[in-house]
Write a protein that binds this ligand. Structure first.
Ligand code: ZN
Length: 96
């Protein structure tokens, strides 16, 4: 798969900590962060998923880049949350 089609998750210095995939948890399709065992640069990006530190489906604070030690939070369900709010706004505008 070309790199452009992968949803990469970066630290603020431009290293890749992992990638975002949709996985099934029970019957729900949720967004998960596939956290690489070792952060990589774009040049080092493997063609397939490398060894993982873990698969993060909930929120996780202060995930550290193994290259520069910058920390970044993974926030659960931004997409799911906005979908929920959109639905609620639509109902409010419809007056129900
Ligand atoms: Zn980094």
């Amino acid at each position: 798969m070309p790199a452009g089609e992968r949803r990469l998750w970066w630290c603020r210095k431009g290293h890749i900590l992992g990638e975002i995939k949709h996985v099934l948890v029970g019957h729900h399709r949720v967004r998960a962060l596939m956290l690489y065992e070792q952060s990589v640069t774009l040049e080092m990006l493997p063609a397939e998923l490398p060894t993982l530190r873990g698969r993060v489906t909930g929120g996780m604070d202060a995930i550290q880049c193994t290259l520069c030690h910058a920390e970044r939070d993974w926030v659960v369900g931004e997409d799911a949350l906005s979908a929920l709010l959109d639905g609620r706004r639509a109902r409010l505008e419809a007056g129900t």
